[in-house]
Design a protein around this ligand. Structure first.
Ligand SMILES: [Zn+2]
Ligand SMILES: [Zn+2]
Ligand SMILES: [Zn+2]
Length: 528
């Protein structure tokens, strides 16, 4: 233990001053804990390893040691959560006081430059969800998964802690909800070449499974994905709110300005903010990776192209992942919130494959993903039950909504996820019922009537009941059908299309997702 701890330095601590002494004392306290865990005197799981503090300094009083900062509060959080709750600009309540986070700070690493020097590059594709921290990815001209050429690149730093501004007057909490300056994403898997060998395949290869430790990334991109700027002198940081933002402390009219050092009482700082940066976290944990492979005519596009919107595929996958986590909690008695998941694109699969993954939220992993892998069939049975056994339109608290996925509620659609899962397990090709088709075309028919078009629903033409008929002013008709958003409508037979072709009538097939969520676009597709 003597070798791993700074014991000898500590014996001479009286000769050290200020920050150096403070750091040494803290290192010893920390090192002692790490050593005790390392020697298995304390169990590892009892001490989360990726924890950071929110440091609230106390104003100096007479008799305080000159070299040492004293903190009134230093709540700690797992970095994944701290990235949202403690990020600069966020406010939180501690002991009836409301504090705003103002700086990157840790008494263990008092020089913020050490944190900034360790910045990594973060490359992401907003079209398909590709993410990489590899330096080589920075130079890529386009996304290796979907070929989109608009990649977003920012420097990515891993905060060691956050602090409030000692110079700010304390405010009593009035029961406000906490504020956030950007939210940390669900963890993302760094996209690499897909595994060559899987643990096992199911359902004619439509699902493949592999479990093991993998590196995940969570990131807070700030407000509007603009990142955070940081003063390298004092650690003060703020979200970039866009040009001319009047409440900026570090800029006025685009010009850097003096600001209070948030850690020193009454001291101004001339430092110039740099950045913007994303704040993030990478961690190794147990991951169960599922390869999802749909077969023609089913599509699960996640990238929007000229032909097809990726939104239904994204919503289906997001809903599937949420249901899968809940189902795993239900069947395996895993506490809610200890298992999470996400999906990501696959390199070199031409959009045919998507990866879905579940991960342990407990630091270091608690073996839950292995349990899911071993009981996958029963977890998938429960997932089907959750997705199909509700009466709501898209999602509700009785099926796949819960408090901790509230930021996803608008992206949850149990029926889409159910269609996807039924296809994966049994090869079923999703289709709309007559009622669903009618309901999805109704708002379009209303809009057309408002625009002065004559419309008829469910009228018989040439022995088929056409879902929607629009009459142009010239008297010509356009026949319209609604199709399932996870199906390539050109790859399946449609009695309406065939009848329309035979009668030389214009025909248009619209997907029910667009009809529901983007009526103007659906209207535009009619070209009338
Ligand atoms: Zn992409
Ligand atoms: Zn500064
Ligand atoms: Zn429901």
């Amino acid at each position: 233990m003597q070798q791993t701890l700074p014991v000898e330095d500590y014996a001479q601590r009286e000769e050290l001053e200020g920050v150096e002494r403070e750091v040494l004392e803290r290192r010893l306290e920390e090192g002692l804990l790490a050593t005790l865990i390392g020697r298995a005197i304390f169990p590892r799981y009892a001490f989360p390893t990726d924890v950071v503090g929110f440091w609230v300094s106390r104003l100096k009083r007479r008799g305080d040691p000159a070299y040492k900062r004293i903190f009134d509060y230093d709540p700690q959080r797992d970095l994944q959560i701290a990235l949202s709750e403690y990020a600069p600009g966020a406010s939180l309540t501690i002991d009836k006081w409301r504090f705003s986070s103002a700086a990157l700070f840790s008494p263990y690493v008092p020089d913020v430059n050490l944190i900034l020097d360790r910045a990594k590059s973060y490359t992401a594709c907003n079209a398909c969800g590709y993410v990489s921290l590899q330096e080589a990815a920075v130079d890529a001209a386009s996304c290796p998964c979907c070929a989109n050429t608009e990649l977003s690149r920012k420097d990515f730093i891993i905060p060691q802690g956050f602090a409030s501004d000692i110079n700010e007057k304390r405010e009593a909490d009035k029961g406000q909800a906490p504020d956030f300056a950007g939210r940390a994403s669900r963890a993302q898997l760094e996209v690499q070449e897909p595994p060559e060998v899987w643990d096992f395949e199911l359902y004619d290869g439509r699902l493949a499974v592999i479990a093991g430790p993998r590196n995940l990334v969570t990131v807070n991109k700030g407000v509007g994905d603009r990142g955070f700027i940081v003063c390298p002198n004092c650690g003060r940081s703020e979200a970039v709110f866009g040009t001319g933002y009047p409440n900026s402390i570090m800029f006025k009219g685009g010009v850097p300005r003096q600001h209070f050092n948030p850690l020193e009482q009454g001291v101004m700082c001339d430092g110039r903010a740099i950045g913007p940066y994303f704040f993030g976290h990478t961690f190794l944990t147990d991951v169960m990776l599922l390869r999802v492979r749909v077969e023609e005519p089913v599509v699960c596009a996640i990238t929007t192209t000229a032909e097809r919107s990726g939104r239904p595929g994204q919503v289906a996958l997001t809903s599937f992942v949420e249901a899968l986590c809940l189902a795993a909690s239900n069947t395996l008695q895993i506490e809610e919130g200890e298992l999470s998941g996400n999906w990501c694109p696959v390199m070199g699969s031409d959009g045919r494959d998507v990866h879905v993954f579940l991960y342990d939220l407990l630091p270091g992993g608690a073996g839950y993903t292995k349990m899911v892998r071993e009981n996958l069939e029963s977890v998938l049975d429960e997932t089907e039950r959750l997705l199909s056994g509700c009466t709501c339109e898209s999602s509700c608290y009785s099926c796949i909504r819960h408090y901790s996925n509230n930021f996803l509620h608008s992206s949850l659609d149990r029926k889409l996820a159910y269609s996807l899962l039924r296809h994966l397990r049994g090869g079923a090709i999703p289709e709309l019922s007559i009622q669903e088709s009618k309901t999805s075309l109704a708002p379009l028919a209303d809009l057309l009537r408002l625009q002065g078009f004559q419309t008829q629903q469910e009228q018989v033409r040439d022995n088929v009941t056409v879902p929607l008929i629009i009459s142009r002013p010239s008297g010509e008709e356009v026949w319209v059908q609604a199709h399932h958003p996870l199906v390539n409508e050109l790859a399946i037979e449609s009695p309406f299309r065939e009848a329309a072709e035979a009668a030389f009538v214009e025909f248009c097939s619209l997907d029910s997702f667009m009809l529901r969520h983007d009526l103007p676009n659906a209207f535009g597709k009619l070209h009338i």
